[in-house]
Design a protein around this ligand. Structure first.
Ligand code: PLP
Length: 446
């Protein structure tokens, strides 16, 4: 089958992926490289190659890709400009363990682009960049504790994997993993997102000892929930009053929902910004940018290390990605295809009598089935994910590769025609579930 063929369910099974997954289980825990991937229904797929907005699996099926590597592939798979830049750097060396031109050239471009960026620290993943941001904040303030919000994900490290998926009724911080150090719970206060009064009250308490407030400025990891009007401004003001360091975790939003990320889109400048995913168009690269006085502490006592920090291959990819994300049409295009998709999905769900909240912030879109209007992380966690998992398998059969959990990513390579094909495929998937009597009862009829 080639791109653009009929959307009717054309894939009955995935024998090649199934065999690969079983073989992988003998050498990889769960047959995957990161635990979450094991939850992809009906089982993890194994891919052979990608190009632009499409992926091809080992069985030869092609898909429109809305997973995008869980976010990094913002300029599409194997964009020729990224491939050329990486190929040229590969011929010149892989890593030097010392300075090279791309390190500061790309840093200069981030300083010009990201609000509040006076310095850049390079690292490799979002999790480690968040970790150094927290260390910098503690060193800067001489304080120990930090604030995060319910449903926000800042990586898998001990301090950060708290109250992400499992939330306590009374808002107490909850560990996210077996084996995690329980001592982290004493250092963190978890507050509801968009509750600026709770933040202001906590930060004003004498002895609250808050070094940092970490926030996904758009809560992408649980519902793509935008900040309430004034919320980010009030975080900024509360941090200014108390001296706490405001950290925007823009691992998803950075370079994606605007050239300068959420800080630009919502016109609030944090003290530190964490970037990753879209930064290097699919290569492993992360960064902390922000206030010079805070970041320069790495030259006077704060340890920030990493064999691969400032890796030239990743930076070559980042330079090419930044070029591609600098055209005047980039963000209007991302916004337009995402709005087209949201409108198409809303119409399709309504046509089949399925209740779902569909909304997007730039090219990050969220479907929350079984809910008329999502307001909080708790609403999102209570959505009808059993139905959605059935839906995404039917979508997969019709050539759409979707994440569990309702989030969709669009790239610069997704076209209006791709979106039209996607909406038609979703319509067919819903019709199939309807014929099988597997559509949920609309909320109004319960
Ligand atoms: C907002 C946010 N912060 C941090 C991370 C951790 O990044 P990484 O998976 O590169 O460690 C993620 C990953 O999805 C994320 O979405």
């Amino acid at each position: 089958m080639t791109a653009g063929d009929s959307v009717a369910g054309r894939i009955a099974a995935w024998p090649g992926s199934h065999t690969a997954w079983h073989r992988a289980q003998a050498s990889l825990a769960g047959g995957v490289s990161t635990g979450l991937r094991a939850s992809m229904p009906p089982h993890p797929l194994f891919f052979h190659h990608g190009a632009g907005s499409r992926l091809w699996d080992v069985d030869g099926n092609d898909y429109l890709d809305y997973v995008l590597g869980w976010g990094p592939v913002i300029v599409g798979h194997s964009h020729p400009a990224v491939v050329a830049a990486v190929g040229e750097q590969l011929r010149r060396g892989q890593t030097f363990g010392s300075g090279h031109v791309l390190e500061y050239e790309v840093a200069e471009r981030l300083c010009a682009r990201i609000p509040g960026a006076g310095r850049v620290l390079w690292s490799n993943t979002g999790s480690e960049a968040v970790q150094v941001a927290l260390r910098l904040a503690r060193a800067h303030t001489g304080r120990r504790r930090y604030v995060k919000f319910e449903g926000h994900y800042h990586g898998w490290t001990d301090p950060m994997l708290v109250s992400y998926r499992n939330l306590a009724e009374d808002g107490r911080p909850v560990l996210g993993s077996a084996g995690q150090h329980p001592g982290v719970l004493a250092d963190v206060s978890v507050l509801p997102f968009n509750d600026s009064a709770a933040v202001a009250e906590l930060l004003s308490q004498p002895g609250s000892d808050i070094a940092a407030v970490l926030v996904e400025p758009v809560l992408c990891n649980t519902g793509v929930l935008p900040p309430a009007p004034g919320f980010l401004e009030e975080l900024r003001a509360a941090c200014d009053r108390s001296g706490a360091v405001l950290v925007f975790d823009e691992v998803i939003t950075g370079l994606r929902i605007a050239a300068g990320g959420a800080a630009e889109r919502y016109a609030v400048t944090p003290d530190l910004t964490v970037l990753a995913k879209a930064l290097a168009g699919g290569f492993s690269l992360s960064a902390v940018t922000g206030r010079t006085d805070i970041i320069e502490q790495v030259t006077s006592g704060v340890v920030h290390a990493g064999t691969y920090n400032g890796n030239p291959i990743a930076l070559a990819a980042a330079a090419a990605t930044l070029d591609l994300l600098s055209g005047p049409d980039v963000y209007p295009h991302l916004e337009a295809v995402s709005a087209q998709l949201a409108a198409g999905l809303r119409t399709t769900f309504a046509r089949h009598g399925v209740t779902a909240d569909v909304h997007h912030v730039g090219p990050v879109l969220q479907v929350s089935p079984g809910i008329t209007e999502v307001r909080t992380a708790r609403d999102v966690l209570a959505a009808d994910w059993a139905f959605y998992n059935e839906l995404i398998v039917e979508a997969l059969r019709r050539g759409l590769f979707l994440l569990p959990g309702g989030r969709w990513y669009l790239s610069t390579e997704h076209s209006a025609a791709d979106v039209a094909q996607t909406v038609a495929a979703m319509d067919d998937a819903l019709a199939e579930l309807g014929r099988a009597g597997r559509l949920p009862v609309p909320v109004a009829e319960i």
